[in-house]
Design a protein around this ligand. Structure first.
Ligand SMILES: Nc1ncnc2c1ncn2[C@@H]1O[C@H](COP(=O)(O)OP(=O)(O)OP(=O)(O)O)[C@@H](O)[C@H]1O
Length: 390
């Protein structure tokens, strides 16, 4: 167990033509002792590079990495007391499962052969791979190989586990099963874990906290629900949640009293004083609303409600997923804007239906159109935790 800190960590790669790539740009994260932190972001955002720097497999261009307050920038990988699990499993093909698991212990500890054998057996039992101990990797399924790769990391009892997309070679069902198992295992072992994935569902369901990276820059660190309900910016709001948040470029118009109206060619959305105050005098804005917060009603003609939170629309596509319908809609008379809503699977809505879309004010997010930073996030009732749709 160990607290792991990244302090303004930077990685610049220099290509052969001298061109510099900033893969990781001054990233600071405090990973608590025993925490399961998920590093998530799109391809090329710097996740693996960050993990490899923690592991000692990549040098650091600037900043510090600390393990329990000790700077480990120059400590060789093998002396860091960190175990890494790769997507490719990286098992030694000529060794049995038993030998694969024992190898790391022989290299990094002074344990006797008997002690090593006992620890391998014990870990194999915990991982449910004890019947496989005398097989070679080629005699194992992908899922079994992944279990062995995890077992090989666990048997070392390291201070920190680093995992780079460890489940991505498994089929969807096995992946979901392994997610739960890994989480339970980590809770039981209480070993600080940094887990890399590009899959937001994996991040949301596994992480105590998630750290969202884009283009080498840290966007937000928080619990899954914080990142979902209180995204720091448009990138996070868009990345977390499935289907993604709907966004509309709007400008501000003063309304009667303290409120404002957010407008574009299709929308006229009235907001009350607290949102208007958060917006201030900014004029370039982005209005955001999650698909699951939208409701739709059948309607003949253009029936806007007096609250200024409705807009007429027509249904273009309905995708049933079982418990819910994902509904794609064209908004307004000119149909120049689109919106996606997720509604109850029993609702009778069909392509071609004329409807009214209702967006409650307590569900809207407003972002600065220039900086993309959040100005106002949806209201969350603290006694009413909502399960995010991921
Ligand atoms: N050895 C290298 N030399 C030059 N550029 C590199 C090197 N390794 C990574 N990069 C660049 O650094 C950036 C971050 O790469 P990294 O592999 O960390 O991203 P990632 O988020 O893990 O992506 P993925 O999910 O696709 O694995 C990318 O632009 C990548 O091209």
């Amino acid at each position: 167990m160990a607290e792991t800190q990244l302090d303004d960590v930077r990685k610049v790669f220099t290509e052969t033509d001298g061109n510099e790539i900033v893969a990781v740009n001054d990233v600071s994260i405090d990973i608590e002792d025993g925490e399961f932190l998920v590093l998530v972001g799109p391809s090329g955002c710097g996740k693996s590079t960050t993990l490899r720097m923690i592991a000692g497999l990549e040098t650091i261009s600037d900043g510090d990495i600390r393990l329990d307050d000790r700077v480990i920038n120059d400590v060789p990988a093998k002396d860091r007391d960190i175990a890494m699990v790769f997507q490719s499993y990286a098992l030694y093909p000529h060794m049995t499962v038993r030998e694969n698991m024992a190898f790391g212990l022989e290299e990094s500890t002074d344990l006797s052969d008997d002690e090593i054998a006992a620890r391998v057996e014990e870990t194999a039992e915990m991982m449910g791979i004890d019947p496989l101990l005398d097989r070679k990797p080629e005699e194992l399924s992908g899922g079994q190989q992944q279990r062995v790769a995890l077992g090989r990391a666990i048997v070392r009892e390291p201070a920190v586990f680093l995992m780079d997309e460890p489940l991505s070679n498994l089929d969807a069902k096995l992946r979901a099963q392994m997610r739960t198992e890994l989480q339970q295992l980590q809770e039981q072992l209480e070993t600080t874990t940094v887990y890399v994935t590009h899959d937001q569902t994996e991040a949301m369901t596994m992480g105590d906290r998630i750290a969202i990276l884009n283009d080498g820059e840290l966007q937000q660190v928080g619990t899954p629900l914080e990142c979902y309900h209180e995204p720091a910016n448009v990138f996070v709001a868009d990345f977390i949640g499935e289907p993604a948040m709907n966004f509309f470029d709007v400008t501000r118009r003063d309304a009667d009293g303290d409120g404002a109206v957010l407008v574009n060619e299709t929308l006229e959305y009235t907001v009350s004083a607290d949102i208007s105050t958060a917006i201030g005098d900014r004029d370039d804005l982005v209005l955001g609303v999650r698909p699951e917060d939208i409701s739709i009603e059948r309607s003949e003609g253009d029936q806007r409600r007096a609250d200024g939170h409705t807009v007429p629309a027509s249904v273009t596509v309905v995708e049933p997923t079982g418990d819910e319908n994902i509904v794609y809609l064209d908004l307004g008379a000119d149909r120049s804007e689109r919106i996606i809503a997720t509604i109850d699977g029993m609702s009778q809505v069909e392509a071609g239906d004329r409807v009214v879309v209702h967006v409650p004010e307590d569900a809207v997010h407003v972002f600065d159109g220039e900086t993309n930073e959040a100005l106002h996030n949806r209201r969350v009732e603290s006694n009413e935790p909502r399960v995010p749709n991921v």
